[in-house]
Write a protein that binds this ligand. Sequence first.
Ligand code: SF4
Ligand code: SF4
Length: 452
Amino acid sequence: MSNREGNLDAPTRHPLDWKNPEFYEEESLFKEMERVFDICHGCRRCVSLCGSFPTLFDLVDESATFEVDGVAKQDYWKVVDQCYLCDVCYMTKCPYVPPHPWNVDFPHLMLRAKAVKHEKGLNPSRDALLSSTDLLGQFAGIPIVTQVVNTVNHTKLAREVMEMTLGVDEHAWIPEYAAKKFRSGPKKSAAETWKGRIRNGERTPGKVAIFSTCYINYNEPGIGQDLVKLLEHNGIPWTLAEKEACCGMPKLEAGDLKAVEKLKNKNIPVLAKLAAEGYAILTPIPSCTLMFKQELPLMFPDESEVKAVQEAMFDPFEYFMARKRDGLLNTDFKQPLGAVSYHIPCHSRVQNIGKKTAETLQLVPETKVTTIERCSGHSGTWGVKKEFHAQALKIGKPVFKAMAEAKPKYISSDCQLAGHHIEEGIARAAAEGDESPQMEHPLSLLRIAYGI
Ligand code: SF4
Ligand code: SF4
């Protein structure tokens, strides 16, 4: 029976039909939203995941008919605005995803709605600026500008102005810009690492290309340097992707699909060449990894280079654990990590690779990793926006509580933005005199464990 609940068939994802003119027709969009919202109203499994579902169900429950047909179409946008495209409802909850004939793909419906909103010019200009991560990084990364931006960003007056003009909540954590970009450092490992040292495994290429990402390049290059140290410690030759632009995830979240295509056109030829040369491609930010593994292949299903990059792309810990299975990971750790509260971000969960970061850290002796598998509420640029920041902290509350409960020495998340958001949430809830756990990216924790 094909329309049974709880499909036993593996979920499939249909490509995003974003080049079809109908994709942008509001009437057609509303019709599809009404269809899917009606299924969700009858199901309500996702009520606790994010703000989209409670918003939808409240609209239905407060309508004259108590059904989706009683909700004004213009109120549909309220549901859309609450979605930050984490993909968790699709990947972990919904029994009606394809191949089920009901064909529910809630995140892609929200993405379509965001694209329609973008095309109609309904998104605030703030969104275009916040999603231009490489442009912001290039500007703020100019040496003299860096210090000014960092200093100004931390004054109360500047934050109030930023809130008034850009709608960035004055209390939200925002990243600093590094004085020296990650990509300004070495471009590849030393020649001696390469000589006769490429050890391919059954599951892993023995050489790595790093797609550094905007965040690591402009904001926290130390995490990228730690990745390099880990590769070198394991005798894995590495190189930087020759050129890189933003992966496109922030533009995708803003519904600007044409900008995503432009960025894809810059990145894919460079990365496809590396894939063809036999490199494993590693990106240290889960959202960027997901962009190459999932979103671009769904937007450009017929492009062989996009597919080649998808196949060569690894989350760093997915690579390390595969390396371990290949018998090629150094497990001689020198430094116990003690209690680690580790948060697995949504964009890692939906990669369907399991808990590879936790598994790797758990290899370190005298280390206890407590994994928290729940949305932190940060979600890219969504959680820093004035209208959503309080809610982002509310969504993250159970995560902050669970992370603090283990009385950890370290808190950690593969998504460094989520990590800082969690740090902020724990600090706000802490009683006076409570010792704050140290926040470190998992790559930095592994570097500490190796004693390098
Ligand atoms: S994709 Fe994430 S944020 Fe969007 S509706 Fe699903 S669970 Fe909520
Ligand atoms: S997305 Fe699927 S699981 Fe979630 S409320 Fe809708 S129908 Fe139910």
